[in-house]
Design a protein around this ligand. Sequence first.
Ligand code: ATP
Ligand code: MG
Length: 397
Amino acid sequence: MNERGTLYLLKPGELALKGGNRESFMKALIRNLAVMLRGTGASITRTDGRLYVNCPAETETACENALSRLAGITGWAKARKSEKSIEAVMSAAVDEARGAYEAKARSFKVEARRTDKSFPLNSHEICCMAGDRIVSAFPSFAVDVHSPEVTINIEIRERAYIYGREHKGLRGLPVGVSGRGMLLLSGGIDSPVAGYLAALRGMRIFAVYFHAYPYTPDEARQKVVRLAEIIGGYAMGVNLSVVSFTKVEQLIKDAAPPEWSTVLLRMAMMDCASTLAAKKRCKCLITGESLGQVASQTIENISCAESRSRLPVLRPLITFDKESIIKYAVKIGTYKTSILPYSDCCAIFSPPHPIIHAPLNEAAALYGSIGLDALINEALSEIPKFNPQSLNGETKD
Ligand code: ATP
Ligand code: MG
């Protein structure tokens, strides 16, 4: 297709809006891309507003897989590079159209963009000429400027680039530009999606899972490991800490009225996660809470949990309904794992009649009276070193 291998053109996303930060965002994007493309033999080129990836034909699938998981680009496409002569550009446009026509597209339009103003045709003239050439070559390929099945794009930059089908990028910001966040990752549907969304806003994800073995089986832990791996595929790796919370849960169960156990457990999780987050230099906590979804997620109960956090708590899903969360989970590939039937600790310890609107002062008094600090510290000191997927070597500590 090109001189050698396959060429992809990438459109960096919100970077253009970032003024003085643009350069560091662009660098983060390129660094992440380079990590994702490791082992493919691909090379990355940067010109003004674009990135290009050149890869050997045999690693196309791996490259496309990486591009579809890269935060910070609005779109990408397989492209042809041509010389900047009218003839070369027109012939590449016809070649591109041939591919689309053979793939059964029946209507098209041409879009042209010219950053090199020395090219002898302006954008409108490029579109008209390419449109004419394509129709002459494939008379039943109809021009439809409003809703074409395919758009043939022509960009005249330092070289000419011609591409048809553009794939949507994940958008968002390159992972890492917003610092580190600690995700409270359960085996459920919500928190993996919350982690994914935070990663797309540039957070590097550190995750913590509170495990209550033997009340929750090891399969529940393995499920969380798998979920961390899946989100790691978008988030440049996720560093997962598994904290044994059995004693904490046991104490809550033994020492507090049963209807309080869920709220108190959430408070203990926030407490513990805050300390761990500080150790890992995370700037916030991230949860999968969604307002009103379950008893523990009324605004009062969320406030009780939050009162034990020493960091801002991000809740990317707070206004999402379950259906939209599930859509995301299916899209990012966590859903099937999330619905595996291993109950998490909360399901096992949840009382039949949990308190729905817990008063903060009562929660604080009760929490203080149980004396969980020692057990939380013990749990933190026993965290096994575990790192399911660290793609870039930055998430090890
Ligand atoms: P999820 O689908 O993420 O499990 P959920 O709808 O089941 O969420 P809750 O069980 O109330 O909601 O949990 C609320 C949030 O608390 C979760 O989204 C997650 O961020 C955190 N959380 C709950 N259980 C655990 C756990 N065992 N380990 C780590 N975080 C947890
Ligand atoms: Mg849950």
